[in-house]
Each structure stands twice: as C-alpha cells, then as structure tokens.
Design a protein around this ligand. Sequence first.
Ligand code: ADP
Ligand code: MG
Length: 705
Amino acid sequence: MEKVSDYFGCMVFDDRVMKANLSAKVYGSLKKTIDEGVPLDLSLANAVAAAMKDWAVAHGATHYTHWFQPLTGVTAEKHDSFITPSPDGGVIMEFSGKELIKGEPDASSFPSGGLRATFEARGYTAWDPTSYAFIKGKTLCIPTAFCSYGGEALDKKTPLLRSMEALNKQALRILRLFGNDTVKCVRTLVGPEQEYFLVTKEMYDARPDLRFTGRTLFGAKSPKGQEMDDHYFGVIKPRVAAYMEELNEELWKLGILAKTEHNEVAPAQHELAPIYTTTNIATDHNQLTMEIMQKVAAKHGLVCLLHEKPFAGVNGSGKHNNWSISTDTGVNLLSPGETPYENAQFLLFLCAVLKAVDDYQDLLRISVATAGNDHRLGANEAPPAVVSVFLGDELNAVLKAIETGEPYSGAQKTQMKLGVDVLPKFNRDTTDRNRTSPFAFTGNKFEFRMLGSSNSIACANIMLNSAVAESLKIYADRLEGATDFESALQGMIHKTISDHKRIIFNGNGYDDTWIEEATKKRGLLNYRTTPDCMPHLLDPKNVRMLTGHGVFSEAELKSRCDIMLENYCKSVQIEANTMVDMARTQIAPAVEDYAYKLAKAAAAKKALNQKLACGYESALVERLSGLTDTIAVKAEELAVLTAKIADITCSNNEGDIVIAQSYFIRDEILPKMAQLRAACDEAETLTAKDGWPFPTYGDLLFGVR
Ligand code: ADP
Ligand code: MG
C-alpha cells in the first residue's frame, strides 16, 4: 500500500509540479499571478498550458475542460480532447495558452435569470489561476469563472472572488491604520464540515421520491430512530469504513485535505471535514468532495444523499462553514492577541463581524435558502431561521465591560478603557461549545451553521465577506479621518457593541422562547422560508452594499433572486408531482390490495362459520378504506393545485410572477403535500409490510450493514 504522503495531490497541477515543470521565469510570473493577481501575458500562458498538457497527458489525460460553477448549484464541464490532426494523418496533443485562459462553452441552457438572451448564448469561462488545475478520470479540469459576454457573472465563483477582494481591500486599510505595513494581502479561510447519509443502492432505486427529489416524501417513523444517540461518534460499520477509506484516497489524490470523519447523530448519517484553506479553494474542493462522495458510493453499492432533509423526524444534514480572516503572513485576525495592542485590533475585527451579521441577517439567511434547507432550519436539530451570534462567556464579559465602562472581571481585573495600552490580555474561551447557535465564535474563527448539506458554500461566503468588508469600510473611513486614533477606535468599538448587542445570544437556539424573544423583544428577523427571505435580496440597503463593493451588479442580483426562486418552485413542483404519482400508482393500490385480502379473509372465515365476527378484518378494512378515500382526494387536490402554478400571472414583471408562484407553493402546495403524506404514512402503519411498495424508514436507515 502506497503511503498517503506519496500520492497526496498526485492528480493536481500544484506548486510542486509547477516548479518542476516550468522555467524559473514562467514560474515566477505565474506565482505573481496567483499571489497578487497580476495578469499573465499570452506567451507565458502558452508555456503554462504546454507544461500543464504534458503533465496531464503523462498522467493519462486525453481531454481538458474548463470546470465551472453555474447557478444550478452543481459544477459543469464540457470536455475537449487535446488532439489536433497532424499532416501525416496522425494526431498530436495540443493545448494553447488561449485555450487555458478562456473558453466559450455554448451555455444557453444554464440559468441566467434573463441576463443572457439565448441568441447571445455564448457565455465565456475565464481561468482562475488561484485554484489549481486537476485531473479527474481522463480529463484535465481547469477551475474557471463563468460570465456572459457583457461581463455579468453567471456563476458562483466570480462574485466569491470579488467578495474576497472587497474584504482584502478594506482589511488592509484597517491594518495600515494599526501601523502594519508588511501585510500584502488578507484572505478568508474556510473549513466546511460536510454531513451526508448513506443508503443502499437497491433501496434507493426502489424509491421514486429519492430518485427524483433526493428526499423521502413518504415514510412512517421507524420504531427506532435516533433517540438512543447510539450512532453519534459510534463505531463505523465495515461497509461504511471501506467507503470512507476509498473516499479519502480519492480526495487526497485531488489534493483535498480530508481530515476527520465520523458518524453523525442520525442513523446512516456521517460527516467529513477537511482542513481549512483559502475560501475559493475550499469552495472548489467542497464541490469536488460532494461529487466524489457520490461517485465512490456508487462503487460500494451505496448512494450518498446530500439533501438537507432526506427523512422526516430524523436529523437533517447541514454544512458548517468555519470561517476566519488571515493575513498572508499567517496571522489570524480573529484570534485574540498577546498584547493589548493586538487585542484592540482583534476587537475591531470581532466588532466588524458582529455589525455585519446584525446589519445583514437577511443576506446570511438568503445565502442558505433552498426548498430543502427550509425543512431543516427551525426543525429541532438545526439552527433556527433567526440569525444570532454566540460569543461565549469570556468575550461576552469583555464586551459588556467595554459597553458599561465597568471593570472587567476576567483574569486581570483591569478597568476596561479601550485606549490601546490598557486593554488587557484575555484568553481564548474555555467555556462549553454552544452547538445550537447559527453563528458561533469558536476561539479563533466563526462557525456559520445554517448552510444546508447540498448548498455551495460560495453563497454564504460571498455574503459574509461582503458584509464584513462593509463594516471594515465604515470603520476605516472614520478612523482614517480621526485626529485621535485611540479615542476614535474606542468610541467605535463602544458604539458597535451597544448598537449590535441584540444579535448576541448565548443561550439555547433550539428553544421556542428564544424565537419569541428574538423576534418580539430584539426585533431580529425570522424568515422561515425561501419565499419569505429571497425577495429581500433586492432591498435597497442590500443592493447598495453589494454593488458598492463591486460584488454584484444590480442586474446580477435581480437575476439571482429570480433563479433562486425558480429553483425553489421547480424543486417543490417535482416533489408534488412525485407524490401524486406514488400515491396513485403505488400506495393506494398497495393499501387497496391489503384491504381486499382482509375482506377476502373475512368472507372465507364467515363461509366456514357464520358466527365468526371478523371484527379485526372489518374494522381494519373500514379504516383502510377511509384512508384510500382520503389519499385519492388529497392526491387529486394536490394535482389540481400543482397544475395551477403555471397559470399564476402578475401585473408587472417576470420577477413578480416567480415571487407570486413561490408564495402559492409555500401557502397552498406544501400544506397539501403534508396532508397527503399524513394519510399515506398512517396507511403504511396499518398495511402488511410484505405488500408495501417500497423500502420503509426502518429499512433505509438501518439497511447499510
Ligand atoms: P468541530 O468540533 O466543529 O468538528 P473542528 O476543530 O474539528 O471543529 O474544526 C472544524 C473545521 O474548522 C475543520 O474543517 C477545520 O479545519 C476548520 N478550522 C479550524 N481552524 C480554522 C480557522 N482558523 N479558519 C477556518 N477554519 C478553521
Ligand atoms: Mg463544527
């Protein structure tokens, strides 16, 4: 068995390969492009492309593709082979700098939300040299951004890179104010923890709902669920262990730092966490991880479910976005420092995050909004739809002391005046981790826990980076103009704490009384569903902030709002259609068969002996018959409602139509789906298991052995 260190990153055109295969001059220029964003001229790009191709061909690649992340949420690729005919009738393998830098996929079928009329469908892809190229199968994949000819972003990478640049720019201004002239660049770092379920391929294939929608639309509760907490961190079953082993190997070959793996709370649920890295690379890696998870599962006769809520009544799957801000010199700006001076800087960055999360609660909620995640946020295992920040006891005490001007009762019992020379050193929080907070400070990073397991982490980080850039900009504007830096700094930290302390909550986020307090007393937002939150993307304050930092244009925001709502509508519509179909063609017939069997049994018994009451059979037949009636009625009602969606019109414009459709789905379709499900699930508990048309929750959740 090969050692991991021998094959780690073997499929990646990484720094080691570049150094070995490029001339010193080309390597130096490419490094400058990667580290400082200096454009690469074409002759150098040609040299990089040639080296990349030779390396890829030597590793078995025959094709290359620009690999990008359109707004479908999954990655896209269009393969071209390297072959070029040669005069002697053979072929040579070629790849030019132009092909490396820019691609022109016919992309008319990707969602653009009206940004790109189909007659000018040829969007283009542009190389992101900061994320290494890699080989998948026989294809060299080149991470790229995807834009329209007008330059509007049609993907998730472009705004993510813009948001990182926005934060970099503002953070550097702050660092300069603190006298730091050496840092060249500030980046955000992310480590996303990824949850998923594994079910067997046979069972998956037998469930149309899983195949068409990724989640179960029916299913009575299994007699055993997660109540024993015996799965969490439990012993990993051999079949799952074999899966994880191969998954790790595949990820390591791609240079992905898969680090921890364990069982999660729900049966059949697991988690994988990589070591954190620069946000855009972490985003690419997370997309690849989700893809490889599914591929490797297929090899093991399994299916990896990445849906946020594959099973009702059992924990859903999320993704924890661990996020920090770091300098190119390796200093984590969210880490409390060693000296009072460093701590003043730390507190300013901390305040920037507090202010950002409070001012842009809506954007954070929007960044994780999908039909699937709506089932999770606010259910009793995931953070609520209300955004709040957990800081822990010690930091809380520090902030309180600053706000009230009272002595800080921490380690040093010093008067908390924020003149930078008197701010005390304080330690990293040692109190218990709070696991119910949507946005928790965990010592030197924040953990944003509202993301759904299938979400691209790009969206959350775009909003987070932009909102924090905005806080930092406001601070920098004020501090650069201040005559007395220290008192301006103290005033601003004080003001942030008193203006934004409502966003801090250290209690149990799963508690109903918190939602009451958050919304009624503190005035925090509670957007329960995607239709509730998504239209607020276009609120003037959000448009102003996001366009102000050049992260989105107004047209891009409009298109994204449309696309997200369309996705919501389409997902639920597919679910509704699948339910009607399963109820009519599988469930009702199965219940009917069983009722018929019971009736026949009763008739046969009576034929033997008229005096037999057959109470069991007749009562059950009556109940089942009532249920099949209900199922038929509800399925019909759901079908009628679903057909109505297309007829919803709105006076003004396209955008309003999709909003109106999403409201209709939220208010009419989803409740009807719940009614149909309730009748079917009850029927399941009364029908012979043998005759049930697909695997039950018990089968699915405990089926991987
Ligand atoms: P948990 O107890 O939540 O599982 P871990 O310590 O295992 O926490 O870390 C979870 C994730 O946080 C990992 O992906 C890890 O690499 C990442 N992480 C750790 N430090 C940082 C940091 N400074 N910035 C961003 N992510 C980080
Ligand atoms: Mg975590």
